[in-house]
Write a protein that binds this ligand. Structure first.
Ligand SMILES: [Zn+2]
Length: 630
């Protein structure tokens, strides 16, 4: 008898920042019919992140099956042991940051193809059979290796969009009067502007001209874009099609963008025109032989979710939703194509929409946030629902498109929640004499010879240890141990004078007690802490400034990463979502709780594949349908 070859495949659809309780609420309101279907076929529950409950480390756990104590990423940025204590580095790329083996590298070494889409740890690509599509998974806009030019806004007249930090990046232009006849029935031109489409990011060259006419069509304001011998008629808040322009890096590269008139008023001479990111039509992966066909079949791909542009008022609500949907739907369709038609055994895709939305707008949709205003709720909840519907559409695309050999995991790396107050730990250490510093020209200058402890990344407090740190002054041994104890007690006792609440909910030595949280690597710092829900570390390691607890300000009114990872708070929490169905998976009613490192062991078990080199998570036996498993 022949044994059937196991050709199990998987799709990990990563929804960064999605909150399980919000998903369940929207599901019961009928807004997520596809998620409902997935849940009815499979299993579901919470994904309890590892600390800190932030992006790079938790996606790494999902793709390596290991904990931060093994893969070495336990904060949004990390500090290299032995480097100056105020230095920390980005951990979205693979080069020096990840100590564990990724699934795509292991699969490639076993002769199997896998793909990643905008997934942390995917770049630089090092194994031949790993196809890395898009950027490194960093939630930055306009900065990845493929973007040719950032998105822009051109304004005339009174629109003067300003972002929450006083950002003002739009370009002022003058409307030129005209009565040019364009040969479009009923269109009467009044103004025109000339638009230069330029390569702005390093490595790219090229510049092209287009002209936008503004006028009226049947008494309504309209535009006509003249581009490459084409005339495109455009209503207000309507997209042009994607426009091709030729650029060069070393070879010729076609870049694409689209435009939208956000507002126009001919009587007042006002215009706000949004021009999307210029992104390559084809070259946005490590192997365009496979992605060229995807592009032709699925349409444009783009990494940039322009939330900062929305905050500055460049985009209307529908436009933001459209820009987010473009990437999400493409990822889902590409994942299906890759595993069903292109011979890929696994796809890890990540869509950053929820993380971006909740960071900036949790205060608009959660009454627990400061600055919540009932008048704005309806508008922002509608925008929120647009993202929810896109996520559900993505799930539906995969459920409908995947074959019987495929397992689908829908997962978030963490949730987000409202933040009421920001906590400044380095200021607290300075106040208590552990950091000695002066302020020179608005900059902190730390006197390392008189500094005994310092927060190197958001959650990572280090003692300034002799023999380890460049200007270490604390003696190893007894003095070091005593200082750690002293700092732990001090931080445990820290109270908010306004309400007598403890600021920290837990403070511990990760070398001794970190194992409970999956910590304990040398890189994890000397002391770790979790804030009480409602308090955030506000992603700052600043020393200067007097206030130890401040209001959250600017856009970061929703946050994540500083509380105990199982925290739920008001609408959100640190907890992530988890759903699984398809090959090898049974239906189960009750909610389960998993850790990020359990995903890969489960998928490899179904595929009959050997574990990864550093895998330490558990197979989620409760959700396995044993009949399907080899
Ligand atoms: Zn994240």
């Amino acid at each position: 008898m022949k044994t059937k070859k196991n050709i199990s495949k998987f799709i990990v659809l990563g929804l960064d920042g999605a909150c399980p309780d919000i998903f369940e609420g929207k599901l019961s309101q009928g807004l997520m019919p596809n998620l409902k279907r997935l849940k009815e076929q499979g299993c579901w529950g919470d994904n309890i992140p590892f600390p800190s409950a932030v992006t790079p480390g938790n996606w790494t756990s999902i793709a390596t099956g290991s904990k931060p104590s093994t893969h070495g990423i336990s904060d949004f940025t990390m500090h290299t042991v032995g480097q100056p204590l105020d230095e920390h580095y980005d951990v979205f790329t693979k080069d020096r940051n990840n100590l564990a083996e990724f699934a795509w590298d292991a699969y490639s070494r076993r002769g199997l193809k896998t793909a990643t889409i905008a997934y942390p740890g995917s770049l630089p690509q090092t194994e031949k059979k790993h196809l890395a599509i898009g950027n490194s998974g960093m939630p930055a806009e306009n900065a990845d290796p493929y973007t040719i030019a950032p998105s822009r806004a051109l304004t005339a007249g009174s629109p003067n969009p300003v972002g929450p930090y006083g950002w003002q990046e739009h370009e002022k232009i003058d409307l030129q009067s005209t009565n040019d006849e364009l040969g479009i029935a009923g269109f009467e031109s009044r103004y025109f502007i000339d638009i230069r489409i330029k390569a702005l990011n390093p490595g790219f060259k090229g510049e092209h001209g287009t002209r936008l006419y503004l006028g009226t069509l049947q008494q309504k304001v309209a535009g006509v874009l003249c581009c490459m011998n084409e005339k495109i008629l455009l209503g207000i808040q309507e997209w042009t099609p994607f426009l091709d322009f030729s650029f060069s890096n070393e070879t010729e590269i076609i870049g694409q963008c689209r435009m939208r008139i956000t507002t126009a008023d001919l009587e007042k001479g006002n215009l706000l025109l949004y021009i999307s990111t210029v992104y390559p039509k084809y070259y946005f992966s490590t192997n365009s032989a496979d992605t060229d066909g995807l592009r032709d079949k699925l349409g444009p791909y783009n990494d940039n979710l322009p939330i900062s542009r929305f905050l500055m008022g460049w985009l209307d609500d529908q436009a933001l939703s459209d820009e987010f949907r473009l990437q999400g739907v493409w990822e889902a369709r590409a994942a299906v194509e890759l595993v069903s038609n292109l011979g890929y055994r696994g796809v890890f895709a990540k869509w950053h929409a929820f993380d971006k939305f909740y960071h900036f707008f949790m205060q608009k949709i959660d009454p627990a946030a400061p600055g919540y205003c009932t008048d704005e709720y309806a508008r922002y909840e509608k925008l929120h629902d647009m993202l929810i519907k896109t996520a559900d559409e993505m799930i539906g695309i995969v459920l409908d498109g995947m074959d019987k050999e495929t397992t689908l995991v829908v997962i978030s790396d963490h949730g987000l929640m409202a933040s009421r107050k920001a906590v400044w730990v380095n200021r607290f250490l300075a106040r208590h004499g552990y950091i000695s510093h002066t302020e020179e020209g608005g900059l902190d200058v730390v006197d390392w010879k008189k500094t005994r402890a310092f927060v190197s990344a958001f959650m990572l407090l280090n003692v300034n240890l002799k023999g380890r740190d460049p200007d270490g002054i604390v003696e190893p041994g007894e003095e070091y141990e005593a200082l750690k104890k002293e700092l732990i007690e001090l931080l445990r006792g820290w109270k908010d004078p306004e309400n007598n609440t403890h600021v920290m909910s837990a403070v511990f030595d990760p070398g001794k007690d970190g194992i409970f949280y999956g910590l304990g690597n040398d890189r994890d710092g000397d002391i770790r802490y979790f804030t009480t829900p409602g308090y955030t570390l506000y992603r700052s390691t600043a020393v200067n400034g007097k206030e130890l607890l401040t209001n959250t300000f600017g856009p970061y009114l929703g946050d994540h990463g500083s509380c105990i990872p199982s925290t739920r708070f008001s609408r959100g929490g640190e907890v992530g979502a988890f759903y699984i169905s398809g090959k090898g998976i049974r239906h189960r009613d009750g909610k389960m709780q998993i850790f990020p490192c359990d995903v890969i062991p489960t998928l490899l078990q179904i595929a009959g594949e050997k574990p990864l080199a550093n895998q330490e998570g558990a197979v989620i036996h409760k959700c396995l349908d044993c009949a399907d498993i080899p």
